[in-house]
Ligand binder design. Structure first.
Ligand SMILES: [Zn+2]
Ligand SMILES: [Zn+2]
Length: 452
């Protein structure tokens, strides 16, 4: 317990740290650390010191939780640990409200003026120091009188919208974000600038288009589906889908093309995202890892959440020469279905040098990989032959023959499609691979209507 001679009364909505600053000032301290050490200051800021006492006065009654119903992927607790102040409140009674410690507070509701968290003179973030209570910059090298800044967005009244702006602002200033790391506290400095930048990104057409251009230029030789990861992170995590720029940015993603800058980042993202982009499963990802085509961050066990660097795949694909006789894999889907060969198998064969292909960045990976149709057909037939004796599910049989499930059951009843001989419960949903081949031969070309 700390004995102090002057113990002022607290204000109703005062923050514990704001009160502590006032207490230090009333007792003649020049710096907060002359009264209590940094660790205690940090704990008060994070509301972790409920039993802390000054004389007989506890500050626990000042602890309140802010906006617990809002979720932002950038931090776990809705508690900002850097100061934000309203200069009018400061001049009136040196009060720093606990509302201002919500990461989503950007206005003082009493004075209707924007909060400040950065010195307009030295551009440094403010810190919990006594000079705050005089309306001065807390940087000892500066000490400049703080001034109100001008941005205010009258439409921005809902906390959920401010949360969207905060995330958008973070992505606007970090356009090479391919995964988010959640911190425990809202510890980003200059949150008000982030909110303002995010508001512009979500509302201003030019700002939105410029950002998309940046995303595409960050990954110049990648399919657009890869370059658009930061945009997908934004769309997935915002509370409202009604921001005017979302559709504009979607359009820009289709239209913008990379200007092939030399600047290029490495693409590190969660394995789950990589699987979607590459069209592979976890088993394939392990195969790619064995060939050093992906790198697992921190040598973790590979799960969907593990961070993986997939840049080497694109580096290798980029070396493949594209010839005019080649056709995008996306236009040869029917062949892949007919021979029951997955894009993942094809990708791995290309990367292993077993199948020749070309590469030309397009919307997604499957349309960026090009193969000569005959080359793919020969490769597929060879792969197909290796699978004789395999079992195939009814769903796959439906894809491979183009026949409805009901017809397939009838054919099973007639003995045209057989259940594998090692019958076990559940196996009646499987067919013998050779039966499917025979069935396909007996069906006319028109029925199959496959472009081969
Ligand atoms: Zn105020
Ligand atoms: Zn300053």
């Amino acid at each position: 317990m700390l004995k102090l001679s002057v113990v002022p009364a607290s204000y109703i909505d005062e923050s514990p740290i704001g009160y502590t600053l006032r207490l230090a000032k009333s007792n003649g301290f020049r710096y907060i650390n002359a009264m209590i050490n940094k660790t205690i200051v940090n704990k008060i800021v994070k509301n972790q010191l409920s039993e802390f006492k000054f004389n007989d006065c506890k500050i626990s009654h000042l602890y309140k939780e802010n906006d617990s119903h809002i979720r932002n992927p950038l931090f776990k607790h809705n508690q900002a640990i850097n100061p934000k102040v309203c200069l009018s409140c400061i001049f009136e009674n040196k009060k720093i409200s606990y509302y201002f410690q919500s990461p989503y507070s950007y206005l003082c509701t009493k004075h209707q003026c924007p909060l400040i968290d950065t010195c307009p003179h030295c551009k440094q973030s403010l810190s919990w120091e006594l000079s705050l209570l005089d309306g001065n910059c807390t940087n000892p090298q500066c000490g400049f009188k703080l001034k109100q800044h001008s941005f205010i967005h009258p439409e921005l009244t809902e906390k959920e919208d401010v949360s969207d702006c905060l995330l958008a602002g973070y992505l606007a200033s970090n356009p090479a974000t391919f995964f988010l790391t959640q911190t425990k506290w809202a510890s980003h400095s200059s949150q008000l600038k982030l909110i303002n930048d995010g508001y512009k990104l979500l509302n201003n057409k030019d700002v939105g288009q410029q950002w998309i251009k940046k995303l595409i230029n960050n990954l110049p030789f990648y399919p657009k589906s890869f370059a658009s990861i930061p945009f997908k992170i934004l769309v997935k995590n915002i509370n409202s889908a009604d921001w005017p720029c979302i559709d504009i940015m979607k359009d820009a993603l289709l239209k913008e093309n990379s200007n092939k800058t030399n600047h290029e980042c490495n693409l590190v993202t969660q394995a789950g995202v990589a699987m979607d982009l590459l069209g592979v499963d976890l088993f394939n990802l392990r195969q790619l890892n064995e060939k050093n085509l992906i790198t697992i961050r921190n040598n973790e066990r590979l799960t969907k959440k593990t961070l993986v660097d997939i840049s080497n795949i694109i580096k290798k694909l980029r070396k493949l020469e594209y010839l005019p006789s080649m056709t995008p894999l996306s236009e040869q889907k029917s062949k892949m279905v007919f021979y029951d060969i997955s894009p993942a198998k094809i990708l791995i064969s290309i990367l292993n040098g077993e199948l020749s292909a070309g590469y030309r960045p397009s919307t997604d990976l499957i349309s960026s990989i090009l193969i000569e149709p005959d080359e793919l057909k020969n490769y597929a037939i060879k792969y197909f032959a290796k699978r004789l004796g395999n079992k195939v599910t009814l769903e796959q049989t439906k894809e491979m023959t183009g026949l409805p499930i009901k017809t397939l059951y009838n054919l099973k009843a007639k003995g045209i499609l057989n259940t594998p001989s090692w019958y076990r419960p559940g196996c009646k949903h499987f067919c013998v691979f050779e039966d499917i081949l025979k069935l396909r031969e007996s069906l006319s070309d028109t029925q199959l209507s496959l472009n081969l």
